[in-house]
Design a protein around this ligand. Sequence first.
Ligand SMILES: Nc1ncnc2c1ncn2[C@@H]1O[C@H](COP(=O)(O)OP(=O)(O)OP(=O)(O)O)[C@@H](O)[C@H]1O
Length: 333
Amino acid sequence: MTLSLRGVRVAHGGHEVLHGIDLTVARDELLVVLGPSGAGKSTLLRAVAGLTPVSDGRVSIADRDVTGLRPGRRNVAMVFQSYALFPHLSAAENIAFGLIVRDVPKAEAAERARRAATTVGCGHLLDRRPGQLSGGERQRVALARALVREPDVFLLDEPLSNLDAELRVEMRAELKALHARVGGAMLHVTHDQVEALVLGDRIAVLRDGRVEQIGTPDEIWSTPATTFVARFVGSPPMNLLPADGPLPGLGPAGTLIGIRPGAVGLGSEGGTAAHVERVEVVGEDAHVYLRLGEHTAIARVPSARRPAAGAETSVTVSAADVHVFDAATGKRA
Ligand SMILES: Nc1ncnc2c1ncn2[C@@H]1O[C@H](COP(=O)(O)OP(=O)(O)OP(=O)(O)O)[C@@H](O)[C@H]1O
């Protein structure tokens, strides 16, 4: 394992925000830490980088206990959401900076910076200052600056969140391709579930300073361990209904049944009666907000086949599409 965290706890001003994190990242693995705002994602990255002290537990990098080491001794490179480039230095100087301060000869640093810049597609921007670069170009320079150091671990803190939607999708794919090319252990933090599903070899879902589930994107999607994971991953979120609610017979007593909006069938004969409260058209898809007695649910259907708001319809769900959770604990049953 290149990176391993064992029982890592972090407190801010006497208030514990990470409550014993266990995580490993293999040598060429891209692990995404996914969680809502305030879950402790940035704190986790900062603890690995050595920017925030841990109150308990151990951080190991390349089989070395680094828990007590300062950031410069850990051989990690961090890419920040804000890029954190020096405004008065050119892209080339920004990229080479980490080498120069480590006494790499100037000519070698410049050559390595040029190669890293070419790898991430900003080789033609080396003479420009950050103020003369677009957001996406700055992000490339920040990536090249991390890459050039050849660190044991890359730490990426929401690196795509300042980009517009189109560029974010493009950079997401490029980041994945880059990782496939250069390898290395990457810990990538995001609150964007699509980014996590697309990028991650594995995903660790963080909630209130605890890891709720770790698994491949497929595992997280198809077998969410808790109702929290089930609802956080997927948009619109998974419907949760009591097993003895409006769609009986799909789960044992005392459980909640989970049905993704895409698995809610509308308008078939013999289904459960439902009232269409509202319809949102999102391009090809429509989100249909349904009332089933005292409960509500969302269906995702092709826009062309959407019912009208105010209509009466019927709901059918195939048993194979149902997730079952313990109603008391929220854990997968
Ligand atoms: N320096 C600090 N001092 C006190 N509390 C802090 C400090 N930094 C973070 N916290 C608290 O720790 C918790 C976790 O914060 P953190 O920034 O790690 O969350 P996050 O998951 O990265 O959220 P976001 O997605 O909003 O950045 C929050 O409750 C936050 O208020």
